[in-house]
Design a protein around this ligand. Structure first.
Ligand code: HEM
Length: 165
């Protein structure tokens, strides 16, 4: 449930928040649905649903000034890599034309790379192709608070109220 559902549900909410907060992006996707293909990875970079995950050290290991003992539980906040300005200039800005957006680390890295990444990308691409065309006036409801879920694993809002008309 966490791997396949909570992640994509949170990604969808985060993406809608960003896209509906910047109407020019919503309008551009509505007018040019072919942009969805490249926009998908930029939203996944910018609005990914997880901060990081745990690992346990199999041996003592030095990282910078810190030596972690064997058997330590380590939280790797790999999402920070998505906002590394050396990789992604002006990283806080959503740029649906960003040429290297797909080199984000939202799906992890190495042998445990997310097995569901193609499905997650497909789900978001369908949303970005269809929703802005079908609902050009979709908007965030006024008078709502955007409360983040109290979690250091999940990047999501408690709720997001969207108006369809
Ligand atoms: C935006 C959505 C998603 C995100 C951000 C995401 C993120 C991740 C990350 C970071 C990992 C690596 C975990 C690690 O290194 O220990 C992972 C692994 C995994 N993901 Fe996803 N995931 C998403 C969607 C999905 C979906 C839709 C499925 C299944 C339908 C899925 C199934 C899995 C599985 C089974 C693994 C374990 C792979 C392994 O250990 O070899 N994920 N995911």
């Amino acid at each position: 449930m966490l791997a396949g559902h909570e992640t994509t549900a949170a990604l969808l909410g985060n993406t809608l928040y960003t896209a509906l907060s910047q109407r020019e992006i919503w309008a551009a996707l509505g007018a040019h649905p072919e942009l969805a293909g490249t926009a998908v990875d930029e939203f996944i970079r910018h609005d990914g649903p997880a901060f990081g995950l745990y690992r346990r050290t199999t041996r003592a290991i030095a990282l910078g000034d810190v030596t972690m003992p064997q058997g330590a539980t380590v939280f790797i906040a790999y999402f920070a890599g998505n906002t590394d300005p050396a990789q992604f200039p002006d990283p806080e800005r959503l740029d649906i034309l960003r040429h290297n957006a797909a080199s984000h680390v939202t799906f992890g890295h190495g042998i445990h790379y997310c097995i569901g990444a193609p499905l997650a990308r497909l789900e978001l691409r369908v949303v970005l192709e269809e929703l802005p065309q079908a609902y050009p006036h979709l908007r965030l409801a006024a008078d709502q608070s955007f409360t983040p879920v109290a979690s250091f694993l999940l990047r999501a809002y408690e709720s997001l109220v969207i108006v369809l008309d």
